[in-house]
Design a protein around this ligand. Structure first.
Ligand code: UDX
Length: 436
């Protein structure tokens, strides 16, 4: 099948490349000519494991272009995977999605299926279909097909999705969508495939992401309480996880969730529920808990050092919102670096994958280090913000050896307390006893 994909971010590009791998002919469209040129040279504009290999392997079935007219005209199905960033008031900004739809409308002269992969508020797909078909001689069929991939494992998640959800309102698009996804429904991928009405499909996405965010905020609150009461969150989470109704995933306490999905999707659903006079109180609480959680390391450090922090040096270890990505969107590290700088603290950072993006934000205001030794050398404290493998594997004795004050604030519970106890460092982690 001939497919066009609008947007070459995480959702669009990964979808495009994976659809090419299973046999479709895919044209990737983006307004950013630099990104298109980069992809033509075989490079991916985003870091995602396995993506570049697949781009190169499927060169014959992949085209990259800024010429949206031609791309949309030639396609049987057009996927839309552009961003829906958060507005200041928390609502989703749909400008990019609507712009792409306008471009589609002005470009094509036969019936098209338009598949919305971008996360959009409930009811948006109905609105898009209405706009596309208004004063149009041809017929547009709009499908909601929310994306569940996680960054860092996006390629794997696309081939082996937990489920493919397709929201349709007519038999024709239902049939075509099944054909698009047939290779993934079949062996060896065996993806569960669900068809439902469009609004429900839109809601599945928000309800799933907000539930996962809620689970994280819940375990973080329990962790904070464990600290007060003298329990250990690792043991508590383990004890909870044996109940199959709770499960063992998303129970890692830490300094809060970040990324391009949870913060945005909780805000959007919160905003929408308020706008419809039906506030979702659990979603509001999830957001509030996460905001406070991000500050935990900084606050604890200030408790330990008093007001005497100006001109001290902090090593920030790990900056991305999670390992395996260079994405800094809503990463807790960013709030912490900003806070540290506001207090006149000197900041060394270590994150080999995300460093370039950190530089775009902070330029020469902070010091960039190519390894952990360099970052912690002479530092007064280390804040662990991301559980990068290099950090997890780091020899704890070096903190004592290299730092001025071996005060470690671990926002991702990277080390066992048993090992920490042997290494003569001051160690604060989330929801566990502090080791002095
Ligand atoms: C998430 C969803 O997992 C995915 O299904 C959806 O399509 C997009 O949003 P992603 O944002 O890539 O994916 O990352 P994820 O691995 O879910 O982590 C999000 C954040 O939650 C990270 O900051 C991570 O550190 C944090 N997290 C996750 C925790 O703090 N504790 C956990 O137990 C799990």
């Amino acid at each position: 099948m001939k497919i066009a994909v609008a947007g070459v971010g995480y959702v669009g590009l990964v979808t495009a490349v994976c659809l090419a791998e299973v046999g479709h002919h895919v044209t990737c469209v983006d307004v950013d000519s630099k990104k298109i040129e980069l992809m033509k040279s075989g490079k991916s504009p985003i870091y995602e494991d396995g993506l570049e290999n697949l781009m190169n392997k499927n060169q014959e079935r992949l085209v990259y272009t800024t010429d949206y007219k031609k791309a949309y005209q030639n396609a049987n199905v057009i996927f839309v995977g552009v961003g829906t960033p958060e507005r200041v008031d928390g609502s989703a900004n749909l400008d990019y999605v609507y712009k792409v739809c306008e471009n589609i409308k002005e470009s094509v002269d036969d019936n098209k299926i338009v598949v919305i992969k971008s996360t959009v508020p409930i009811g948006t797909n109905d609105d898009i279909e209405k706009r596309l078909n208004e004063n149009s001689k041809i017929r547009f069929y709009v499908v909601s097909n929310p994306e569940f991939l996680a960054q860092g494992s996006a390629v794997h998640d696309t081939f082996y999705p937990s489920r493919i959800v397709v929201g349709v309102e007519d038999k024709y698009s239902e049939e075509i969508m099944r054909q698009v996804y047939q290779p993934l429904i079949e062996s060896p991928y065996n993806a569960p495939y669900l068809t439902m009405d469009r609004k429900s499909a839109e809601m599945v996405k928000y309800a799933s992401n907000d539930f996962l965010a809620l689970k994280i905020s819940y375990i973080n609150e329990i962790a904070n309480f464990c600290e007060k009461i003298g329990a250990d969150i690792t043991e508590v989470a383990k004890g909870m996880s044996y109940d199959s109704r709770i499960g063992n995933k998303f129970l890692d306490a830490g300094i809060g969730y970040g990324g391009s999905c949870f913060p945005k999707d909780t805000s959007a659903l919160h905003w929408l529920s308020q706008a419809m006079d039906c506030e979702l109180k659990t979603v509001a609480a999830t957001i509030e808990v996460n905001k406070l959680q991000r500050l935990k390391l900084f606050e604890r450090w200030r408790e330990d050092f008093g007001n005497n922090i100006k001109d001290k040096t902090v090593a920030v270890l790990g900056c991305a919102f999670k390992p395996g990505t260079d994405d800094l969107r809503e990463a807790p590290s960013i709030y912490n670096i900003e806070l540290l700088l506001n207090y006149g603290v000197k900041v060394n950072v270590f994150d080999p994958i995300a460093e370039k993006n950190v530089y775009l934000l902070f330029e020469d205001r902070i010091h960039y280090c190519s390894n952990i030794d360099e970052a912690i050398k002479g530092a007064d404290a280390a804040f662990i913000m991301t559980e990068l493998q290099e950090i997890v594997d780091y020899n704890l004795s070096y903190y004592k050896k290299l730092m001025k004050n071996p005060y470690i604030y671990d926002g991702r519970n990277c080390y066992s307390l048993e090992n920490v106890e042997k290494s003569d460092i001051h160690y604060y982690s989330i929801g566990r006893r502090c080791i002095k």
